[in-house]
Ligand binder design. Structure first.
Ligand code: NAD
Ligand code: SER
Length: 317
């Protein structure tokens, strides 16, 4: 990885991945791109370009301009947004990926593409979900994620494109708000715990889902891309997880620091039905064995760090 392009770089994951990639590979060697205009606030330390992944000519032009060899392809619509705009979700999540893979085929690029717990469905074993198992998702997001996993496998097998990826669980972070997913409650709950001391969850008390703190998510992306290719059997869709938690579990952990915190419920039927179709907990042994995946944060250490970082930010305002 010498010259890196990040698509969807202003989103929840991209905004932190770009910072870490620039630390490791140099500011000028990481080109951040998105369909939103970057806020030029003086904190930019590297190149930024407008890039719509639905336009293959724009992708080619940026790859040529910066002599790109690796793409972290993050541009996508998340599960709740995808369910409200299924046609757009298919376009962005599948056609956008296809455009990136075609460019990779022509220019010999390596490509990281995140899949998701959303690639599983109600017929998948929900506890300790195996790496290789039945995938019949019922949300449009899930349909696009399975299609993406298969496309990436195909481009590796058919054309030798170095495609890699992980199935992320819900990502919890404190820099950029999440972009419209089913697991967003697990981020909002921390902001609200500090600002108002209460939170109303749109998922039910005992909805258990895999989650991960952002520093581990960043390590997963870079880790799989830096792994020895000859050791990767699964390449494009490694189960990765750090914890399996419910709203009640997170609330109980928050109360260790904010005892007066209260949690109530106002269930959103669409996001609840998506969550009910996803696994409770994934088995991530393949990632651990094939490239040394080993998350640092659990619920307790993540909660302490989230509350500390968010308190600092709120105090500074
Ligand atoms: P996000 O919604 O926060 O960011 C996505 C970015 O893509 C946005 O900045 C948006 O402007 C951009 N975008 C949308 N359409 C585009 C287009 N046509 N061309 C270029 N950019 C476009 O998403 P995220 O949470 O950062 O997720 C990144 C990737 O990780 C996605 O593939 C997502 O499915 C996957 N993922 C995320 C999570 C999570 O909890 N955040 C979990 C599992 C998988
Ligand atoms: N956090 C993501 C979502 O809820 C999972 O892929 O959409």
């Amino acid at each position: 990885m010498e010259k890196i392009l990040v698509t969807g770089s202003l989103g929840q994951i991209g905004s932190e991945l770009v910072v870490e990639l620039r630390k490791r590979y140099g500011n000028d060697n990481v080109v951040a791109t998105d369909i939103r205009r970057s806020i030029r606030d003086g904190s930019d330390v590297g190149p930024y370009e407008y890039l719509d992944c639905l336009d293959p000519h724009q992708i080619v032009s940026i790859v040529k301009k910066y002599n790109i060899d690796t793409v972290y392809h993050l541009a996508a619509l998340l599960s709740a947004v995808a369910e409200s705009k299924p046609q757009d979700a298919w376009n962005v999540n599948v056609t956008g990926l296809y455009n990136v893979l075609e460019t990779a085929r022509i220019f010999g690029l390596s490509v990281f593409t995140p899949s998701s717990i959303g690639a599983f469905g109600p017929a998948t074993p929900s506890v300790n979900t195996p790496q290789d198992t039945l995938q019949r998702p019922t949300s449009m997001y899930g349909v696009t994620k399975v299609a993406g996993e298969l496309l990436c496998d195909y481009y590796f097998k058919r054309f030798g494109v170095d495609t890699r990826g992980v199935r992320y669980p819900g990502i919890i972070s404190n820099v950029t708000p999440p972009g419209g997913g089913t697991t967003d409650y697990a981020v909002h709950i921390y902001y609200e715990a500090l600002s108002s001391g209460k939170y109303t969850s749109f998922l039910s008390a005992r909805t258990r889902l895999d989650m991960m703190y952002m520093p581990d998510a960043i390590e997963a992306a870079i880790g799989v891309m830096e792994a020895d290719s000859s050791k990767l059997l699964h390449r494009n869709a490694f189960n990765v997880t750090a914890m399996s938690v419910s709203p009640e579990d997170i609330a109980a952990e928050i109360r260790k620091s904010i005892p007066e915190f209260t949690l109530s419920y106002d269930i959103d039927p669409i996001r609840q039905s998506i969550a009910d179709s996803w696994p409770d907990s994934m088995d991530d042994r393949s990632a651990r064995e094939e490239w040394g995946w080993n998350p640092v944060y659990d619920l307790s250490s993540m909660t302490l760090d989230m509350l500390e970082k968010l308190s600092e930010r709120i105090t500074k305002k």
